[in-house]
Ligand binder design. Structure first.
Ligand code: SAM
Length: 236
């Protein structure tokens, strides 16, 4: 059976660091589509070269997605098969994809997800915090809405997952400590990469750990909700 169907939009997850984390199916789909829409064509070229895939690329990123979406829809409607990839992980998870997915569905164009890596899931799994229920908040707003978001998070019962950049990790850990109070946290850095590390403890401990070093890499912060384990109950 030819799995690739004409005029379909494939949302393809790609590695978040270790290229071996790509799925067989993702390679097959990327090799078989007519066109790949990529958040950053240079980043995707590196991935494609690694797997000996040669395909036309078109950019689809936050600043051109409004303009690009109708173009992609027109191509899909005329039978072109397109794979959408982001720089890393799953398109749509704190990455552009929503707009074209929504437009494709509105035009009755089939949308198929090719599942694979996303940074929040491994971070959650190794956190040691309850994972039966969780809430993904993506990046905290940098300015407007930050206080309100933090205030809502303070009341959240479920485990909370956040993405953060190296420039803001200390500020975010400090703000979480101030607004949520002392909590258990797990901070995953550089998942699947050479310098992967997971720092577990209280918000104060995690802040002090990262304050003591040069901060590099990408971060996922997993914080206990109000019904999660509290620091004073933690066995040492
Ligand atoms: N689409 C991606 C996904 O599925 O996870 C997320 C893209 S978002 C623009 C980038 C953020 O994801 C980073 O700032 C970081 O918070 C997180 N991230 C991506 N790769 C990571 C990694 N290898 N280790 C830790 N965090 C990572």
């Amino acid at each position: 059976m030819n799995e690739i169907q004409a005029g379909t939009l494939y949302i393809v997850s790609t590695p978040i660091g270790n290229l071996e984390d790509i799925t067989y199916r993702a390679v097959k789909i990327l090799s078989g589509v007519d066109l790949i829409a990529a958040e950053d064509t240079r980043t995707t070229l590196v991935l494609l070269r690694h797997f000996n895939i040669i395909k036309p690329l078109i950019s689809y990123y936050s600043y051109n997605e409004a303009r690009r979406t109708p173009e992609l829809i027109e191509k899909l409607a005329s039978g072109t098969t397109i794979a959408l990839v982001s720089d890393a992980g799953t398109p749509g998870i704190s990455d552009p994809a929503y707009r074209v997915i929504r437009a494709a569905l509105d035009h009755k164009i089939p949308v198929v997800a090719i599942p694979g890596p996303a940074a929040f899931l491994p971070a959650l799994v190794v956190s040691g915090l309850p994972i039966d229920r969780f809430v993904f908040e993506g990046f905290l707003p940098v300015k407007k809405g930050r206080k309100t978001k933090l205030a809502h998070m303070a009341l959240e019962e479920r485990t909370i997952v956040l993405y953060e950049s190296p420039h803001r990790i200390l500020r975010t850990l400090a703000d979480l400590r101030t607004v949520l109070g002392e909590r258990e946290v797990s901070v995953s850095r550089e998942l699947t990469k050479k310098f992967e590390e997971v720092v577990r403890g209280t918000l104060t401990e995690a802040h002090s750990y990262f304050s003591s070093k040069t901060i590099k890499g990408e971060f996922v912060v997993v914080v206990a909700g109000t019904s999660g384990p509290q620091p004073e109950q933690t066995e040492t």
